[in-house]
Structures are given as structure tokens and as C-alpha cells.
Design a protein around this ligand. Structure first.
Ligand code: ADP
Ligand code: MG
Length: 609
């Protein structure tokens, strides 16, 4: 494996790399950096989002420009203001030991005079969005006639956004003999056209397969009636207590509406779309970055360039018009070596679109079921149990211990635990016990756990299945495929014997046929893996809601608004400790009043002291 030193970078850059904590260069960096350092060449580099493209062009550019000169020598074009600022920031960090370096960001929505003033001070590198750049050129506020290196970053996104003419126009003001480096996640025809038009026999490097989305992301779809979309979204969120997600809608209106409904229903959500002012968008992004917002509802355009690590889920509330757009959406998760899940909520009429997306991403979707109410209750309960288990004791409590102990003098440990958990559980239980099953059966049923379902054994809710709880999850490095492989291996089972594997943060669920139940439970009575006991229990949730008695319990056509259980779910799902204070008591008050006014009688009330 090569090191940054091997790639030929100078000491100033290596020093900064150490500060940044980058240990080994990524694939695209290993391939691109030596070429760009050694050759004066044009380059086309195809690599997924999150693979470190900024440094792949950033380091060579910083090493090659003349910092003693104040002439603008490097121009980086990027699709959005958000990205533009990000790249600028990265470049400044990479170049923090390059004395005299000046990197300036040029983007719309901020003072053009201020930006012009910064450029005038002498910017060796300009990072710009095409629209504002063109504006500044036409007003003669920048001079790019001596550019030696131009970068088209996220070229596919720029073209998607209709910047082709602006780019053509901008590049016409740059000298012929410069080098152009194009970076893109996908290579649609428009990108190769641009490459042909503006580049001179570019060297092409590809990391992973062309047009393939990253395999760090698993893809799932959920089939529901179109009118149940919103309820489905909420259940997906409730079934993933630690969710940190971007939710994509097709229009600004839907984006706003979904976000408003989520907030109304007590979720920490925010909207991001083009009708918001720049200031509003900045605020939303800031809250999202700080994880004050768990669910960011966004349009495709507004979400371009969102580069927030640790996004656990991308939820396609509606599919994009262009199947290619899906890649950009799902690329928001699974970054920086992490795994992520991209979920699609589809109605029957849209399900064929899944096929065309599969062809583009060259990956299979798994058809999954919207969890039913009891499964969500169980997930929430176990998540709480895990959280309590991992909580460090705050000894400020010690001084109240005597009075608390007095109160519980006659309560056994078992009873105390039950009471304690009931606080949270009853809220979800009361809410969910009367909700209906949201799943629609898929006549194609072509997929089960990423595999074809031979003979179409209907596994959904079958009374021949056993469902299990297992105390390993995503944080132990499992995704559904890995867990399935693990179970098949240790239990010595065939490829279809373990199914409906559902991996949560710190625990998971899976099914086998009932006939295997004894074997599974017996095997895991005393099983240690990586030094810890792996515990498997029968999950109370037998199937997912399609069994007959469930349907009866769901009450058929119950069309009540499927609101979120009240109480601050965030208090159970985040780790920064201060969030229950975030919502003011007065807003709780008004929420409570609203819910009690009768307009929304199905919403469980929050217990108030
Ligand atoms: P891309 O442009 O390909 O989407 P970025 O350049 O934005 O990806 O990089 C994604 C993240 O990975 C950034 O936070 C960046 O600082 C980090 N990163 C880049 N290169 C490395 C590396 N070699 N080691 C560790 N982290 C890196
Ligand atoms: Mg990038």
C-alpha cells in the first residue's frame, strides 16, 4: 500500500495531512496524485462520492501553483455554494503550511463586492459556482486569463443542474494551454461530451465501476399504497431510533409539507429547498450538521453537495424523475468507509422503476416490509434498554438516592424495571397497537433478501416462521448481508434458511422456519463471538403484520392519522444529552393542547407532571 509520501507530495502538504489525520491515500488519490504531479495532462477521474476527490486534485494543485505569485492560477468549478465552501475550506486546510496561500470562494447569495475584494488581494486559487463566476467575469471582477489548472468537480451534477453554457462561457476566458481535470461520480453522455470538447486527450482513471453506486450502501424498497406514504416514512423512522437521514421529495411543496408534518408529529426534522432564503438554508444545514435535526427533508437540487458524514439512511419519499438522480441521492450515505441504507417508498405503479435503477447502480434492491406496530415497540424498547445499559451513571443523582429508594422500598427489581420501561413503552404501544399494516404485496416478488425467491415461498408473516432477536447490530460491523452470512455459517444453514434479516444499530432481527427454532436457540445458549456473548431470543413480533390476527387487530380501514407517539423520542435517540431541553415547554404545551383539542385524537398524550 502506498503512503502519501510515496505519491510525491512535499513536506508542507504532508505536514497538513498528518494534522488532518489522513493515514493512507484513497484509491482515487493513489491513482490521480502521481499523474497530476508528474505530468502536464488533462485528466478525467471517475469515483464515487466520498472517495476523497477533493484531495485528489487539491494536493497536486497546491503543489504545482506558484505561491509567491498573486496571479490566479487555479480555478475549481463546483455545482453548489455548499460544495464550493466545503472545497474552499478543505483546500485551506490542505494548504495551511503553504505560506502566502490565498484560496477564495465565489458563489451566489453573498456580497459580490466582498468576494471581488478578496480576489483582488491576490487569490492563487478560486473555487466557484458557475453562475456567480460568470457574473464576475462579465463584470471584470476576476481575471482568469492566466489559469494553469482548471477543475470541473462533480461534473455530472453541474451538467444536471444546467450549467453547461455557463461552464462553456467561463472556460472560453481561460487560456488554451491550461490543464483541465474533470471529476465526476458518473459518466453520462453529457460529461463525455464536455470532456471531448474541452480536454486534450485526457488520461482517464476510474475507481470502482463506472456509473456504479458504492457498495457501502444497501438498497431497500417498501411497497405501500400511495396514500400511506407518509405513515410509512414515520414507521421507518420509528423502527430506526438512531436514524440520521436525508429524505428526498420531488417538489419543493412536498418537501415543505413532509417536513412540517414531521415536525408537527414531534420528530426533529427540517426542510431544505430552493424557496427558502439563503439564511434559512444555512440555519437548517447547521442544525443538521450538529445533529439537532435527525431528518432533513430535501429536494434534489437543494441537497446537491450535502457532505455530511455519518448519514445512516437516505429515504426516497418519492423516486426521482430521472433514475440517474437516484445515485446522487443514495451517495449521501455510506461515505467515508461507513455503511448506509438507501430506502425507497414506492407504490405499485412505480415499482417497475426499481428495475431500471438496479440496472444503473448495478446492484439489487431488497424488498422489505414496513415494520408493524409491535415490531416498532420492540425496537424502541430494546433501543432504550441498550441505551440505559450503556449510560454512565451521573453521580449528581446520589444525593437524591435515599428518597428515591424510600419510594421504591417495596418494589422488586423486576417490577421496577417494568415500571421504568413502561414509561416509554406504553407511549409507543398505545399508539401503535391500533395501527394497520401498510404493506402491499408485490406481485413480482422477485426479490427476497437480495436473492430470488424460488418457488415464491411467501415468507411474509407466515406462521411457519420464527422471528428472533439477536444482540449484535450495525455498531458491531454487521449489515444484513454480513449478518445473514454469519448466521448461515455458524448454524450451518442453507442459503434460504435465514431471511428477513433486519439490522439495527445495536441489535437485529431475523427469521427462520419454525422447524429450525430449536436448533437456533440451542446453538446460541452459550455462544461467544469476538469475546462477547451473542444472545438470541424469540422476538415477540412474529411476522410483519400480514398474519390474519394482526390484520384483525389493525382494524381494517382505520384511516386515522398515524401520528408519532408523543413524548420526546429524541430523548431516546441522541447522545448529546441536552436535547430534551431543546423544545421549549411552551411548545410542548401548545402541542398538548392541540392534540387534546380533538382534531387529532389518535395521538398519544405525553405524560406531564
Ligand atoms: P468526494 O469529493 O469524493 O465526495 P471528499 O473529497 O469530499 O469526497 O472526501 C470525503 C471525506 O473524506 C472528507 O471528509 C475528507 O476530508 C475525507 N478524506 C479524504 N481523503 C482521505 C484520506 N486519505 N483519509 C481519510 N479521510 C479522507
Ligand atoms: Mg467532491
Amino acid at each position: 500500500m502506498s503512503t502519501f509520501q510515496d505519491l510525491g507530495l512535499n513536506d508542507d502538504l504532508l505536514h497538513a495531512i498528518t494534522d488532518l489525520g489522513f493515514e493512507t491515500p484513497s484509491d482515487v488519490q493513489t491513482k490521480a496524485i502521481p499523474i497530476l504531479l508528474e505530468k502536464d495532462t488533462d485528466l478525467v477521474a471517475l469515483a464515487q462520492t466520498g472517495t476523497g476527490k477533493t484531495a485528489a486534485f487539491g494536493f497536486p494543485m497546491l503543489q504545482k501553483i506558484n505561491i509567491d505569485s498573486r496571479t490566479t492560477q487555479g480555478l475549481i468549478l463546483s455545482p453548489t455554494r455548499e460544495l464550493c465552501l466545503q472545497i474552499t475550506n478543505e483546500m485551506k486546510q490542505y494548504g495551511k503550511y503553504c505560506k502566502g496561500l490565498n484560496v477564495v470562494a465565489i458563489y451566489g447569495g453573498a456580497s459580490i463586492t466582498d468576494q471581488a475584494r478578496e480576489v483582488k488581494r491576490g487569490a492563487q486559487i478560486i473555487v466557484a459556482t458557475p453562475g456567480r463566476m460568470k457574473d464576475m467575469i462579465s463584470r471584470r471582477l476576476v481575471d482568469i486569463s492566466k489559469i494553469e489548472f482548471s477543475v470541473l468537480d462533480e461534473a455530472d451534477e453541474m451538467l444536471n443542474m444546467g450549467f453547461k453554457e455557463d461552464i462553456t462561457d467561463i472556460l472560453s476566458h481561460t487560456p488554451e494551454e491550461k490543464n483541465t481535470w474533470l471529476f465526476s461520480a458518473t459518466m453520462p453522455r453529457e460529461v463525455s461530451n464536455i470532456a471531448k470538447k474541452f480536454m486534450n486527450s485526457p488520461i482517464e482513471i476510474t475507481v470502482g465501476n463506472k456509473n456504479e453506486s458504492t457498495n457501502q450502501v444497501s438498497h431497500e424498497y417498501y411497497l405501500v399504497n400511495a396514500r400511506d406514504r407518509y405513515q410509512a416514512l414515520k414507521r421507518l423512522s420509528d423502527a430506526n431510533p438512531d436514524i440520521f437521514s436525508v429524505i428526498f421529495c420531488r417538489t419543493k411543496r412536498d418537501t415543505q409539507k413532509v417536513a412540517e408534518n414531521l415536525i408537527e408529529d414531534g420528530y426533529s426534522a427540517g426542510a431544505l429547498h430552493g424557496d427558502l432564503s439563503q439564511n434559512q438554508r444555512d440555519l437548517v444545514m447547521k442544525s443538521f450538521r450538529n445533529k439537532q435535526i435527525q431528518m432533513l427533508v430535501a429536494t434534489d437540487v437543494a441537497a446537491r453537495g450535502i457532505d455530511v458524514d455519518n448519514i445512516t439512511h437516505v429515504i426516497n419519499y418519492q423516486l426521482p424523475d430521472e433514475p440517474e438522480t437516484y445515485t446522487h441521492r443514495s451517495g449521501r450515505t455510506g461515505r467515508a468507509g461507513k455503511t448506509g441504507i438507501s430506502m425507497v417508498i414506492v407504490s405499485k405503479s412505480e415499482v417497475r422503476k426499481i428495475k431500471s435503477i438496479e440496472r444503473i447502480i448495478n446492484q439489487k434492491f431488497e424488498h422489505k416490509e414496513i415494520p408493524d406496530g409491535m415490531e416498532i415497540c420492540e425496537v424502541q424498547l430494546m433501543s432504550l434498554a441498550n441505551k440505559i445499559h450503556n449510560t454512565e451513571v451521573n453521580h449528581e443523582i446520589d444525593k437524591y438516592l435515599t428518597s428515591i429508594n424510600e419510594l421504591f422500598e417495596d418494589t422488586s427489581k423486576d417490577e421496577l424495571i417494568k415500571k421504568f420501561f413502561s414509561v416509554e413503552f406504553t407511549r409507543f404501544f398505545n399508539y401503535y397497537q391500533k395501527t394497520k399494516n401498510l404493506n402491499v404485496s408485490d406481485s413480482r416478488d422477485y426479490d427476497r433478501g437480495g436473492e430470488r425467491s424460488e418457488g415464491g415461498r411467501g415468507y411474509r408473516g407466515s406462521s411457519n416462521d420464527s422471528r428472533y432477536f439477536i444482540n449484535v447490530g450495525r455498531k458491531d460491523g454487521y449489515d444484513w448481508m454480513k449478518l445473514k452470512d454469519f448466521l448461515k455459517e455458524v448454524l450451518d444453514l442453507g442459503r434460504d434458511d435465514v431471511f428477513k434479516v433486519d439490522v439495527k444499530e445495536s441489535f437485529s432481527f431475523f427469521n427462520t422456519e419454525k422447524t429450525l427454532q430449536e436448533k437456533v436457540l440451542a446453538f446460541f445458549t452459550d455462544f461467544k463471538h469476538d469475546g462477547r456473548f451473542v444472545n438470541v431470543e424469540i422476538s415477540e413480533d412474529k411476522g410483519r403484520g400480514t398474519s390474519r390476527n394482526k390484520r384483525r387487530r389493525d382494524g381494517g380501514g382505520d384511516r386515522r392519522r398515524d401520528s408519532k407517539p408523543r413524548g420526546d423520542r429524541r430523548s431516546g435517540s441522541r447522545s448529546d444529552g441536552n436535547r430534551s431541553d431543546r423544545r421549549s415547554s411552551s411548545s410542548n404545551e401548545s402541542r398538548s393542547r392541540r392534540s387534546e383539542s380533538g382534531s387529532n385524537s389518535s395521538r398519544p398524550r405525553r405524560s406531564r407532571r
